[in-house]
Write a protein that binds this ligand. Structure first.
Ligand code: 2NL
Length: 361
């Protein structure tokens, strides 16, 4: 092999050995075998050599080209192996490390209470009814035996919407009762239904929010009595608070839409805040529900003959029973969306609704 070819071979082999990565390797490949590469140049110049040298130099150039091509490919394989080794070392997984903590969402306590109430009354054969938040004056008040200028209207701190024509203005429903009115108008008795939803009153402090949730129930049949009301609500309260012997007291009261009407109290300890009557010291009653036999005029307003059908209804605040069940002091955090509060008071998304065995059937 002539000196110049020998030198090209030695130099190329040396720079291949020195190439630290595939980028340096590729530069060498192009410098030798590329279109303007040194070996390519020598092959091109072959035609200018004297004819008597051409055969021998041509053969030597071809051998050199084969040798260098092989050396270049071999070095590429080495560099690729090395690069893979580096990646395998740096990306190695250590399965003994503890998992990174990851936060799951939580069910809001209000949503949780609504699920639990629906589960308890569902087991008693109730459907869940829904209706609009914006209601007519008639569905929210009139049909419920609360005429204009009735003193009960003053208690409701109603949000009024712009009126159209000379009709009374629509309202944001102040209770869920208009949904039961709609239910009675839509389906014939017997009726067993509950309504759980948003309600609105212009009132805001530690125990009142302008938007809050109510739950009401309505049972209509031919022969329902005050006895059924008492049994149904006693079972519900004992299931909901998961206290089998929770003391329950019915106390005479007044609502325009029921007659007779009863407030329902449960036993608790004023000193400790605990529910139930454990000892005499601090034990007291706490008002939790309003209820009564549906007023005959309300049935008639909904096209139900009060001489043939009667029933009972009840209502309660969802925030209030949630606060009681979980020992919460303030209602405002329910609506502040503080992620730490939600993580603390929220429940696991797939945890089953826990009900006391006294629930329903
Ligand atoms: C309370 C009291 C109550 C009702 C709601 C009702 C609904 C219809 C007919 C008759 Cl359609 N009554 N609902 C009855 C008694 C009491 O709620 O203190 N709520 C928070």
């Amino acid at each position: 092999m002539s000196d110049d070819l020998q030198r090209l071979k030695t130099e190329t082999e040396a720079s291949l050995a020195a190439a630290a990565d595939l980028r340096a390797w590729d530069a060498i490949r192009i410098a030798v075998l590329g279109r303007n590469g040194s070996l390519t140049g020598l092959l091109r110049d072959l035609g200018k050599a004297p004819p008597e040298q051409r055969r021998e130099r041509g053969a030597a150039l071809n051998r050199l080209k084969d040798a260098l091509t092989e050396a270049i490919e071999a070095r590429r394989a080495e560099l690729e192996d090395a690069a893979l080794d580096v990646r395998l070392a740096s990306e190695r997984i250590d399965p003994s490390l503890p998992p990174r903590p990851h936060r799951t969402g939580a069910i809001h306590p209000i949503a949780r209470t609504m699920e639990e109430i629906a589960a308890i009354f569902g087991a008693m054969g109730c459907t869940v009814s829904e209706g609009p938040d914006v209601e007519s004056d008639w569905y929210n008040f009139g049909a419920l035996n609360i005429p204009a200028h009735h003193p009960a209207r003053a208690d409701h701190d109603t949000f009024y919407l712009p009126a159209s024509g000379n009709k009374p203005p629509p309202v944001l429903r102040t209770h869920t009762s208009p949904v039961q009115i709609r239910t009675m108008l839509m389906q014939p008795p017997p009726i067993r239904t509950i309504v759980i939803g948003r309600t609105y009153r212009a009132d805001h402090d530690a125990t009142h929010s302008p938007m809050f949730h109510q739950c009401e129930g309505l049972m209509i049949d031919r022969d329902l009595t005050l006895g059924h009301l008492k049994g149904c609500l006693t079972d519900f309260l004992r299931a909901f608070f998961a206290i089998a012997d929770l003391p329950v007291r019915f106390r005479s009261s007044y609502f325009p839409f029921t007659e007779p009407s009863m407030e329902v109290d449960i036993g608790w300890n004023r000193r400790t805040g605990e529910l139930g009557h454990k000892d005499g010291n601090g034990s007291d009653w706490l008002e939790i529900l309003g209820s009564g036999m549906v007023h005959p005029r309300v049935l008639a307003n909904c096209g139900i003959d009060p001489r043939e059908w009667q029933g009972f209804a009840w209502g309660m605040g969802v925030e209030r029973v949630t606060m009681l069940k979980h020992g919460m002091a303030d209602l405002r955090p329910f609506f502040e969306s503080d992620i730490r509060w939600l993580q603390h008071y929220g429940s696991a998304p797939l945890s089953p609704t826990i009900l006391h065995e006294g629930a329903g059937a």
